[in-house]
Write a protein that binds this ligand. Structure first.
Ligand code: PLP
Length: 367
């Protein structure tokens, strides 16, 4: 039976599920994971923490994940306390909870594309109308145009992504300030998705610095990228305590398992080792930028662990396929002429660069 023959919501009929290919390849460089697995000391501590948590699995976990939220607040700094922090199963669940509370039927959310496709998908899944705002040709966001779009559409939620995915560049704090002010005037919440913040170039300020003067601002983070814990599913946010009180209305009781809470708290005890991999990843990111630039490809400046680049001749599907033929999986986000590659270990990055050069040479021969 086709699922469309089932009585699904009419507004879901036109959607397609999120579907980054999960192909078994030697070089998976398509979903921006940290290429380094958790260090052995962390793995050992995780085993112990999970086994301790297992002794009380007959009981529901701490519904409010208070200890984890305290640890996350300590990690964030910027004067953030447990009352400002909320955590869930990946920042995608955090985003869903935000839209369940602040979006919904008769309301809209705006994002400035290209950006993280899940903002739109979660909006639509929560029956929130999606408004596609635009970026400039170089993928930056023009503050005046963003403000005008907010004034015109009067959305309930405004999404900003900094550093942006798939383009990689962090946003100027002045742009975030201008958007937050416009949002405040129309009564909208502003979500700044900082999933890649730990990879930003030195001197990039976090939107966390704007929290004290902006009670409608929400900054989301994740343990899936820099923290090398994508498989654990832990995301979190910082915001005014009233925002967290509002989220309690929609969160499922005991949404964050005792095992997840234990794993996340244990990982935070190893924050130095985990973030120690960030510099190595950034070095490979900068190497990709330098090498692609030397090859004459257009490259977008990156504050993330991936690089967005232009494909000579514009046929990104053909190049994606050829690179995959070398066992290197990168990402076609559906923007004509552009591809995204995650920075891997040094040898993974070398495999990508070699595959790219060979593929480009073959394509040049074919044209
Ligand atoms: C990867 C990513 C996330 C992380 O999602 P999780 O659910 O925390 O794994 C969030 N936002 C952006 C922009 C991302 O690229």
């Amino acid at each position: 039976m086709d699922y469309r023959d089932l009585p699904i919501r009419d507004d879901l009929r036109e959607l397609t599920p999120y579907g980054a290919p999960q192909i078994d390849v030697p070089y998976p460089l398509n979903t921006n994971e940290n290429p380094y697995g958790p260090p052995p000391e962390l793995v050992a501590d995780l085993a112990e923490a999970v086994s301790t948590a297992a002794t009380t699995l007959n009981r529901y976990p701490d519904r409010d994940a208070t200890d984890l939220r305290k640890d996350l607040a300590d990690y964030l700094g910027h004067g953030v306390t447990v009352r400002n922090v909320w955590a869930a199963n990946g920042s995608n669940e955090v985003l869903q909870q935000i839209l369940q509370v602040f979006g919904g039927p008769g309301r809209s959310a705006i994002g400035f594309e290209p950006s993280y496709s899940m903002h739109r998908l979660i909006a639509l899944a929560t029956a929130t109308e999606w408004i596609s705002g635009l970026r400039e040709g170089d993928y930056t966001l023009d503050a005046a145009k963003a403000v005008a779009a907010i004034e015109r559409h009067q959305p309930s939620v405004v999404f900003l992504t900094s550093p942006n995915n798939p383009t990689g560049t962090a946003m100027d704090l002045d742009v975030i300030r201008a958007v937050a002010k416009a949002a405040d005037q129309v009564g909208a919440m502003v979500v700044v998705d900082e999933a890649y913040f730990e990879f930003a170039r030195p001197g990039t300020p976090s939107a966390l610095t704007l929290l004290p003067e902006n009670p409608r601002l929400i900054v989301t983070r994740t343990m899936s990228k820099a923290f090398a814990m994508a498989g654990a599913r832990v995301g979190y946010l910082a915001a005014d305590p009233a925002v967290i009180d509002a989220l309690l209305l929609v969160r499922l009781p005991y949404h964050l398992s005792a095992l997840t809470q234990a794993a996340a708290r244990t990982a935070l005890k190893h924050v130095d080792a985990l973030l120690g991999t960030v510099d190595a990843v950034k070095a490979q990111r900068d190497r990709i930028v330098a090498e692609l630039t030397a090859l004459g490809l257009p490259v977008v400046p990156s504050d993330a662990n991936f690089v967005f680049f232009g494909v000579p001749g514009g046929d990104q599907k053909a190049l994606w396929q050829k690179v995959l033929g070398h066992g290197v999986l990168i990402r076609d986000v559906g923007i004509p002429g552009m591809l995204r590659v995650t920075a891997g270990t040094e040898s993974e990055t070398t495999a990508f660069l070699d595959a790219l050069k060979e593929s480009l040479a073959v394509m040049e021969g074919e044209s």
